[in-house]
Structure formats: C-alpha cells, structure tokens
Design a protein around this ligand. Structure first.
Ligand SMILES: [Zn+2]
Length: 249
C-alpha cells in the first residue's frame, strides 16, 4: 500500500483493484478450463458452470415451428469501425469504436463485440451452416442481445471476410489497427429475423439473452470458411432443448 495516498482514496483504489482482480482472475480461470475437446467440451461445462445443465432456456437451438407475430423491425445504427481483432483461443473476436447501437424492444443496445463459430451453433429447420457470426450487444441495465448471421459457403469470396482473414492474429494475440470495416459490412441488407429467448452459448451459459437470428444468410467462399475453421477448430455448442420457448418471426 502506498502510504502517501489519502487513506480513503487508497482504500477505494485497493477495493476496486481487488474486485477487478477477482473478476478478471475468475474469468481467465473459467476461460482456461473449458473448450471443445472431449475432456473440456460442452458435456463437461456444467462442472464449472451449473447453469449450462440446469438452464431451461439454453442456446443454441434448432429454429423451427416458428410463430408469425408482430415484431418491431430491427433498427441497426452501426456507425463505427472495426479496430481490434483478437484470437482468444476458442474464437476470433472483433471489437469496434464509435457509436454502434441497435434498437430491440424500443431499448437501445450497444455493440460490445462480434465473434465467429465454425460450424454454426443455431440450426435452421435442422440445417447447420458452415459459419455463424454473433454480434453481442448490451443495454444500460446490462441485459444482452445477440444478432446471429449464418454464412453459406460457395464460390464467391465475401469482401468483408477477406479483410478480416487478412489480419487473423496468432492464438492468444490481438491486432489493433484502424480499418474501414464497418460492422454493417458483416450483416445482410434484409434484416428480418427470428426472435427467441436464450443464453450465452459458452460458460457461464447465463440466460436472459435476447436472440435475433437473421433470416437471410451471407455467403463466403469455401476457402474463406475453411481458413476460419482451421484457425478456430469446431467451436459450436450442440443445440439445446427448446422446452417451453417460442420462436417468433
Ligand atoms: Zn457466440
């Protein structure tokens, strides 16, 4: 403890440091103990995060038997740019600067990060896609909303994916740079969606997450998707029981 500090201020800093240190350590410890192999994969996650097994509204799901309803259109107001691309071991994750918000249930949610899964986690009428992007947002109360986009694979390369693939960092590393990549470049133009309640698809599998899965897919080339798959491996949690949930559209 620095004795030159005013006692109250010192105490405050010390408390804040302890809190942050514990949370960061817990987060890192959790991240280090789960993965997608036989020994640390989804079947074992409940050992470190009970919600992964106890939860009744877990993600991902097979999107089927959807119900037509009066959903408000999704308003996307992404104005910023991608400035950081990280390889955090179990996924590739991008973060952005600037004002990037969406309106869900007339509430504003800020974009925290976008990350990728190969193959897709959610299914659509039993169909799995080779790639799924998750845009994770948070509102002022800390609630989360995820926009998910499926990618099909074909002959034509996707320009935005190409620019991301060009800067893939090595495992455990991140690249900070000013880019012209807007998060909008990674969303389909037609933003109609399926809506359901779910969870994080990784430990701690917390529920209360609002899922919005785009009905329209984007396309990448087979080579692009193979490249992402090679870097991340199979990082998809299997589909979870729907239980009493409805999928609206
Ligand atoms: Zn995800």
């Amino acid at each position: 403890m620095n004795t030159k500090l005013h006692p109250k201020k010192g105490q405050l800093i010390s408390t804040a440091f302890t809190a942050c240190f514990s949370i960061c350590l817990a987060g890192n410890a959790l991240a280090a103990t789960w993965g997608y192999t036989k020994h640390n994969g989804p079947d074992t996650w409940h050992n470190i995060a009970p919600m992964c097994k106890q939860g009744m509204n877990q993600s991902p799901i097979d999107i089927s038997e959807t119900i037509q309803s009066d959903l408000n259109p999704l308003e996307v107001r992404y104005q910023g740019k991608l400035t950081n691309f990280s390889n955090i071991g179990h996924t590739l994750q991008a973060s952005f600067v600037g004002n990037n918000s969406v309106s869900v249930d007339r509430e504003s949610f800020e974009l925290l990060q976008m990350h990728l899964h190969t193959p897709s986690e959610n299914l659509l009428n039993g169909k799995q896609y080779p790639l799924e992007a998750h845009f994770v947002h948070q509102n002022a109360e800390g609630a989360l909303a995820v926009i998910a986009v499926f990618y099909t694979s074909g002959r034509e390369a996707n320009e935005a994916l190409d620019r991301l693939i060009a800067i893939i960092p090595a495992a455990g590393e991140q690249i900070e740079m000013a880019t012209s990549i807007s998060p909008t470049d990674l969303l389909p133009k037609n933003k109609t969606f399926f809506r359901f309640n779910g969870s994080l698809t990784t430990p701690p599998c917390s529920e209360g997450v609002r899922w919005l899965v785009m009905k329209n897919q984007l396309a990448g080339s087979t080579a692009q998707i193979e490249r992402l798959q090679k870097v991340m491996g199979n990082n998809n949690r299997p589909v979870q029981p729907r239980n009493a949930r409805m999928v609206l559209h």
